[in-house]
Design a protein around this ligand. Structure first.
Ligand code: ADP
Ligand code: MG
Length: 166
């Protein structure tokens, strides 16, 4: 599925040199997230998906510190000061064998909910992914270097990407 089929999709590339910088990047983006936003994080084990998510959740205002949901599949965070129905879902599909398997987990119930949804290993549930999403491809360089290529796939994602520059 790599990024999206839309040839007009907007893209930006950002490099970080440490886990702290990656968290900061997540923090900046997390502050911009609106209910219903969908972020798909693609990259090998150790690329920095969970590290970025820690920043995303903190920037969004989560009270809890995200941990890797590899064994729990779905982690849920809230920010009570803002509103009871505001949620941040962090999903890790690494252990799923595919979309069929995913259907037994209830992940699809999270799409279209009034929450922010961040998914690691989205390739595993490709068929379930709805139209509008931001795809973040993480590549490892030498040692602590990481390159983040952000693709905005859809109207809503394009707006989000545009607001990163503001
Ligand atoms: P993933 O969720 O993609 O499997 P994690 O975020 O759990 O990866 O782990 C990333 C690992 O890479 C951590 O051990 C982190 O300290 C290390 N690391 C080194 N440099 C970076 C960087 N620039 N950004 C993010 N993580 C980095
Ligand atoms: Mg992870």
């Amino acid at each position: 599925m790599k990024s999206c089929n839309d040839p007009a999709s907007d893209t930006i590339t950002i490099e970080t040199a440490s886990p702290e910088q990656t968290e900061q990047l997540g923090y900046r983006l997390g502050k911009l997230l609106q209910p219903g936003d969908l972020l798909l994080l693609s990259g090998t084990l150790g690329a920095g998906k969970t590290c970025l998510t820690r920043g995303l959740a903190q920037g969004w205002g989560a009270q809890q510190q995200p941990t890797s949901p590899t064994f729990t599949l779905i982690n849920e965070y809230d920010r009570p000061a803002v509103g009871l129905d505001e949620r941040f879902y962090h999903v890790d599909c690494y252990r799923l064998s595919g979309s069929e398997d995913a259907l037994t987990t209830g992940i699809q119930d999270l799409f279209g909910q009034q929450g922010v949804l961040v998914i690691e290993w989205p390739e595993r549930i490709e068929k379930l992914i709805p139209e509008d999403y931001m795809w973040i491809e993480i590549e490892q360089g030498d040692e602590d270097a990481r390159r983040f290529t952000v693709y905005a796939c859809g109207e809503r994602a394009r707006k989000l990407l545009g607001s990163i520059h503001d």
